[in-house]
Design a protein around this ligand. Structure first.
Ligand code: AHR
Length: 316
């Protein structure tokens, strides 16, 4: 740990003003997916319900925009900063600047490789576990059958892309019948998923050689489903589809038989983040460094239409 990081840790530990946060800056990645839109909506709703002035900045997928927004929040003297970091590296300087200004930073849904003393806490799922739940579903579903898998990865360098790839590989390890034959980023977008899936289909005998698609999020899976249909194949049947997020549209696709399984990622990262911040500001209570959300598996057996109905008005 650097001296700066140590000092920052001391500065954070010393806070505890007795007053609730009034202004919070939120640096959001962008709006690449339905899940991201829902996280933005929920964060705004949570702030409003708590009477917090939320200063929102959309980085349009660019880390430099996030860093500039965080510097602006520091200059404004906000009580705290929430950031959903687009990639995992390159945050040390701005986190040190926030710590020196005694502004606690809370990470939402993605991780950074900085020293943990530089942020108050991180709220998110176990991203490796999510990938492993998806991989285990495939292992259980195909049994001993040979299965050539194509993988749509998330944004290169982001913690979910790295960890969901690793978790899936951990789950299929030791199952020689399951092989990842192609892997490429679709940048967590529907259009990216469609475009990359088209190239996978072309390279794999028009899709005849593909047994399953593993997509790091539902939006890419939904784009890929469209590509598979346009290639004259039946998604969910000719090609198994497993992905992550549990957005309403994937449940509609499951109800239609076009998708097979998804792993839920709650968009409500802000609720636990505000709770941790409130306790910290009230009396200096230090939260756990990682506040973990659940990662439940849903399949076609879980009444997908009911799941769709339950989620469709939640801001996705
Ligand atoms: O960081 C969470 C991921 O980011 C979600 O799974 C994905 O949909 C989003 O873009």
């Amino acid at each position: 740990m650097t001296t700066k990081a140590l000092l920052a840790g001391v500065a954070l530990a010393a806070l505890g003003t007795g007053a609730a946060a009034q202004t919070v800056g939120f640096s959001q990645i962008g709006s690449e997916s339905g899940w991201r839109a829902a996280e933005t909506t929920v964060t705004m709703q949570e702030a409003e319900a708590r009477g917090v002035d939320l200063r929102f900045s959309d980085a349009q997928q660019r880390q430099e925009n996030q860093i500039a927004a965080m510097r602006s929040f520091i200059a404004q003297g906000v009580d705290a900063i929430f950031v959903a970091p687009v990639v995992a590296t390159g945050w040390d300087s701005v986190l040190e600047e926030a710590a020196e200004a005694e502004i606690p930073v809370i990470l939402l849904d993605r991780m950074v490789d900085s020293d943990p003393s530089l942020y108050l806490t991180a709220v998110g799922s176990d991203l490796v576990h999510e990938g492993s739940v998806a991989g285990q579903w495939l292992v259980d579903t195909v049994g001993e059958e040979a299965c050539r898998v194509v993988e749509l990865q998330g944004t290169t360098g982001s913690s979910p892309a790295i960890d969901r790839a690793n978790g899936f590989r951990e789950a299929i390890e030791g199952h020689a019948n399951i092989e990842i034959v192609r892997s490429q980023t679709g940048d967590f977008t529907r259009s990216g998923g469609k475009e990359v899936m088209e190239s996978f289909l072309q390279a794999e005998g028009g899709g005849a050689d593909i047994c399953a698609l593993y997509a790091h999020n539902d939006d890419m899976a939904l784009g890929a489903i469209q590509a598979i249909k346009e290639a004259g194949l039946d998604p969910g049947d000719d090609i198994l589809i497993v992905s992550i997020d549990a957005v309403p549209d994937i449940f509609q696709a499951m109800a239609d038989g076009d998708a097979n399984a998804t792993v839920e990622l709650t968009p409500n990262m802000a609720g636990p983040a505000f709770d941790a911040l409130d306790a910290y500001m009230a009396d200096g209570t230090m939260p756990e460094k990682f506040i973990q959300t659940e990662s439940a598996l849903y399949t076609q057996d879980d009444d997908p239409l009911a799941q769709y109905e339950a989620r469709k008005d939640l801001g996705y």
